[in-house]
Design a protein around this ligand. Structure first.
Ligand code: HEC
Length: 97
């Protein structure tokens, strides 16, 4: 009985403990990106001198367009994760208002 109670409590508590500080999941963003987004361009697009993206909103929009072109049918959360990952890794826009 005790064991059952413990594991039930764990199941309830663990998701709270592992909720990242940021809502978006960078790891998920990276794996989604690496699996789906390197077909047409590589990561050098994000770091080139004359890159198109000037702020986080544009980054988010661009990812949506690319995602549509790639016919991935992602959820908004997946786009958020990839946007957060690309920002963390390459763009470094300041997200604090
Ligand atoms: C169907 C081909 C294709 C796929 C797949 C694709 N992209 Fe793109 N992406 C493009 C094109 C074309 C551009 C514009 C390149 C240019 O202007 O030189 C671009 C540009 C970008 C840029 C802007 C780079 C800059 O200048 O700062 C970002 C960010 C980007 N893509 C993200 C993604 C992400 C994230 C994915 C995965 C969902 C993805 N792309 C998948 C075709 C694609």
């Amino acid at each position: 009985m005790n064991k059952i109670c413990e594991s039930v409590i764990c199941l309830i508590i663990i998701p709270f403990l592992s909720t990242p500080v940021l809502a978006a999941d960078l790891k998920n963003g990276k794996s989604l990106h690496d699996k789906n987004c390197l077909r047409c361009h590589d990561e050098s697009k994000y770091t080139r001198q004359d890159r198109m993206i000037k702020n986080f909103q544009q980054l988010h929009e661009r990812i949506k367009q690319c995602e549509l072109m790639a016919e991935l049918t992602w959820f908004d959360e997946e786009i958020d994760d990839v946007a957060a990952y690309l920002n963390d890794q390459f763009y470094h826009f300041n997200l604090e208002k």
